[in-house]
Design a protein around this ligand. Structure first.
Ligand SMILES: Cc1ncc(COP(=O)(O)O)c(C=O)c1O
Length: 396
């Protein structure tokens, strides 16, 4: 029996108003969300038991923006080769794309060292996170994840009557694996780990996490969301994917939205135990939502090493510039292994956003652990210079 009865409208409302969903909604929809929050006199755009997101007083028209640093997008993508492959495929738009999807799955399987039937595709990894939650939490239960963490999966689990056991990160901003393991009970349906984590940008120690996943997955499935893994110092060596080949009860999601710069083209994948994937695919379909041109772009992008390497270099360079600048101002950001940085701000979040929007820079502001924070995505060096100049004027 489902523990909470919800209707579709409520589900859409709840599902939309999540930290996760808002990370990717287009600006028009975003503006409507902001307007809605303001009309209801809300100080926060989104709130849950562990963190709040400040409501931007007035979200600026994106066409006037000088630095778009709000949704952790990659300013360099998609690669030119991927864009060309996309364009060429448009002319086959009358056909379903099953064949090319199958070819892409085989290519990913070879690259990741897993079997094709250990892969499920989706129009972005959000889709796969949400479908996993939709299937696993049909009858309630609880999900164990970090405080704070990415909310797409957790929000859907909650909307379906699941409980969220939020476990605060350790003092050095890693997942508190011991506390997470201790929180598992007979109602736990899933442990969800975002590595590196969003919104903190921090990576949990690879060896410790692998041991944890191998041990804990004997009791409950473990989901590792690796949206930013390619941007970490060790790259995919920090991935938990070897556990899939070892037949562990884990799920691992990846996306083409970040390092491949294809957030608007919508494609991602999930790898894991076939029993779990079969259960999820019994009532949902992943690949059906992906367009043929996007499949072609992803297929091409995987091989565009030159683009991937130079993108990472530029992001790391601009990230280092940004964190050094903040440190020189006496602000200590959390150590980032992603294309965003989060740092404390000693100012009301709404006042801060109002000031930075006036400078035509868009970022996010949150409150958690009794502290206000700014999360800034890493754009081009030019954008980061506009950002640091703005910050030095605002946070004097
Ligand atoms: C941790 C994390 N997971 C998943 C996603 C979803 O990405 P997409 O649906 O574009 O693949 C994001 C987006 O920002 C993210 O930060």
């Amino acid at each position: 029996m489902r523990t909470t009865q919800i209707n579709r409208r409520d589900w859409l409302k709840k599902g939309f108003l999540t930290f996760g969903a808002m990370t990717i909604v287009p600006s028009e929809m975003w503006s409507n969300t902001v307007i809605n929050a303001q009309q209801n006199n809300r100080k926060f755009l989104y709130q849950n038991s562990v963190f709040d997101e400040f409501t931007p007083p007035k979200f600026p028209d994106l066409s006037t923006i000088k630095a778009r640093l709000v949704w952790n997008e990659n300013p360099y993508g998609p690669s030119k080769k991927a864009a060309k492959a996309f364009q060429e495929k448009v002319f086959e738009g009358n056909h379903y794309s099953w064949k090319s999807l199958g070819e892409l799955v085989k290519k990913i399987a070879t690259k990741e060292g897993v079997e094709p039937d250990q892969i499920m595709m989706g129009p972005g990894s959000s889709d796969l996170l949400e479908k996993t939650a939709l299937v696993l939490f049909q009858n309630g239960g609880n999900v164990v994840s970090a405080d704070p963490s990415y909310m797409s999966l957790v929000s859907v689990a909650k909307a379906f009557g699941g409980d969220w056991k939020a476990i605060k990160l350790t003092a050095d901003y890693q997942h508190d694996l011991e506390a997470m393991e201790a929180a598992i009970d007979d109602q736990t349906k899933l442990v969800y780990i975002t590595n590196p984590n969003n919104p903190t940008a921090t990576l949990t120690d690879t060896k410790k996490l692998k041991d944890f996943c191998a041990r804990v997955s004997e009791k409950v499935p473990v989901f590792i969301d690796e949206a930013y893994i390619e941007l970490t110092d060790g790259d995919v060596a920090n991935s938990m994917v070897s556990l899939v080949a070892e037949g562990k009860n884990v799920l691992i999601s990846r996306t083409f939205s970040k390092i491949h710069g294809m957030a608007g083209l919508r494609i991602g994948y999930m790898m894991g135990a076939t029993t779990l994937l079969e259960k999820i695919q019994e009532i949902t379909r992943g690949g059906m939502g992906i367009s043929g041109p996007t499949i072609a772009a992803a297929y091409t992008s995987i091989d565009d090493t030159e683009f991937l390497v130079s993108t990472k270099q530029k992001i790391v360079e601009a990230r280092t510039y940004t964190t050094n600048f903040l440190k020189e101002m006496g602000i200590v950001p959390m150590p980032s292994e992603t294309n965003f940085v989060i740092f404390p701000i000693d100012m009301d979040g709404n006042e801060f956003l109002e000031k930075i929007y006036d400078k035509k820079v868009v970022v996010r502001a949150f409150k958690f652990w009794d502290q206000n924070w700014c999360r800034v995505s890493i754009g081009t060096m030019d954008e980061m210079k506009i950002f640091t100049e703005s910050i030095s004027e605002i946070l004097v």
